[in-house]
Design a protein around this ligand. Structure first.
Ligand code: BDP
Length: 325
C-alpha cells in the first residue's frame, strides 16, 4: 500500500512537471552581469511575469544574473549566434560592433537624465534600436544607467590634470578608451568581473560607473574617491538574438515587445530608488564624493567626437540629439 501510495505520488509529481513543461512552451534564456535584485535583473523578471500572464503561461524568461553566462562582451557574441536568447547589456560593449550605439555614449551629449530619457524614448532611440538587426540582434528597449563618473583609489579628481597617468578601467569599447586617454589617463579595457581585484591589487587605479554599480560590486571599498564627472550616460539596452526572434510567431514577437516596453516604467522606479540608496550607502561607508567643474572635461574630451562621428548619418544623429529640448 505504501508502495502504491508512493508510486501514485510519483505519477502525480511527474504529471505536474510535464504539465508545467507543456504549459511553458517558450523559456527565453536571458543574461545579465548584475546580481539578483539589481534593477535591470528585476525589470526583466517583471517582464517575464507580464509575459506569463499575457500568454496564458506559455512564454517565460529565465534570467541568468551574476554573469552566470559569462562576461558581457562574450555573452553578446553568444546572443548573436543564438546560444543566448536575450541579453541585458550596456551600449558600450556594442560600440565596436554597431557604430550608431556610440552616439548616446559620447561624452556629455546629454544635458540631463531627462534629456537622455526624452531622446531614447523617442524616434531617435528607436532608429538606433532598429540598426541592431543588421548585426544579428533585435533591440527591444533601453533601461536607464544614470551617469557614469570616475572613482579611484589615489585622490579626488577635480580637473583632467588629476587624471594624468592614472590607470582607469573601461568597458571593451574603443570610444571609452579614447575618452579616457583624451584626459591624459591610461585607459585599461577589462571585463566588469575583474575590476574589483584589479583595484585591490593596483593593476588599475580607478574605473567609472554609476552609483548602483559602484556600490553592488563593492568597488567603493577599494576605490574611495568618487568624482562627479558624469561624463557619459551610455544607457542599458535589452536585446534579443535575431535567431531566437525569427523562430517566434508575429503574435509572440509583439507580446515580447509590449512586455519589454511595459517593464521600462518599473525599471525607472527601481533605478531611481536604488541610485539614491547606493549613494547614501557608499557615503556612509566613507567614500569621499566631490563635485567637478565639467567644462575642462568637456573641452578635453571634445576630440573624440571627430574621431567617432565619422559619417554624415552619425553627424546628423548628434545634431538631432542636441536639438531635442
Ligand atoms: C554597468 C552596466 C553593465 C556594464 C558595467 C561595466 O550596467 O552592463 O557591464 O557597467 O562597466 O553600469 O562593465
Amino acid at each position: 500500500m505504501a508502495y502504491l501510495k508512493s508510486l501514485l505520488a510519483g505519477v502525480a509529481a511527474a504529471t505536474l512537471v510535464a504539465g508545467t513543461a507543456m504549459a511553458q512552451e517558450i523559456v527565453l534564456r536571458s543574461a545579465d552581469t548584475h546580481p539578483d535584485g539589481y534593477p535591470t535583473v528585476e525589470a526583466v523578471e517583471y517582464m517575464s511575469e507580464l509575459l506569463m500572464e499575457r500568454s496564458g503561461g506559455r512564454i517565460a524568461i529565465e534570467v541568468f544574473h551574476s554573469r552566470q553566462l559569462g562576461e558581457e562582451a562574450d555573452t553578446i557574441e553568444q546572443t548573436q549566434f543564438g546560444v543566448i536568447d536575450m541579453n541585458r547589456i550596456n551600449m558600450a560593449p556594442l560600440n565596436n560592433i554597431i557604430p550608431q550605439t556610440s552616439v548616446p555614449a559620447l561624452p556629455f551629449i546629454f544635458r540631463s537624465i531627462e534629456h537622455m530619457r526624452t531622446v531614447m524614448d523617442g524616434e531617435i532611440g528607436q532608429e538606433i534600436l532598429d540598426s541592431f538587426e543588421d548585426h544579428d540582434l533585435v533591440g527591444l528597449v533601453y533601461y536607464d544607467s544614470g551617469a557614469r563618473s570616475f572613482y579611484n583609489s589615489k585622490q579626488p579628481i577635480t580637473s583632467p590634470a588629476d587624471m594624468d597617468g592614472l590607470k582607469i578601467r573601461v568597458q571593451q569599447s574603443d570610444l571609452f578608451i579614447a575618452m579616457i586617454n583624451a584626459l591624459g589617463a591610461n585607459a585599461t579595457p577589462m571585463p566588469f568581473g575583474e575590476v574589483y581585484s584589479g583595484l585591490q591589487t593596483g593593476v588599475i587605479d580607478g574605473a567609472e560607473n554609476n552609483w548602483p554599480s559602484y556600490h553592488s560590486t563593492n568597488h567603493y571599498q577599494v576605490a574611495t574617491y568618487y568624482s562627479l564627472s558624469q561624463h557619459s550616460m551610455s544607457p542599458e539596452v535589452l536585446v534579443m538574438s535575431k535567431q531566437s526572434w525569427d523562430k517566434l510567431s508575429a503574435e509572440d514577437q509583439e507580446l515580447i515587445r509590449q512586455a519589454a516596453r511595459d517593464s521600462v516604467g518599473r525599471m525607472r522606479e527601481l533605478w531611481d530608488a536604488r541610485s539614491a540608496e547606493s549613494r547614501a550607502h557608499v557615503e556612509a561607508a566613507g567614500s569621499e564624493i566631490n563635485e567637478v567643474d565639467k567644462q575642462p572635461f568637456i573641452d578635453a574630451m571634445a576630440p573624440v567626437y571627430e574621431q567617432f562621428v565619422t559619417d554624415e548619418s552619425l553627424r546628423e544623429l548628434v545634431s538631432r540629439i542636441q536639438a531635442v529640448e
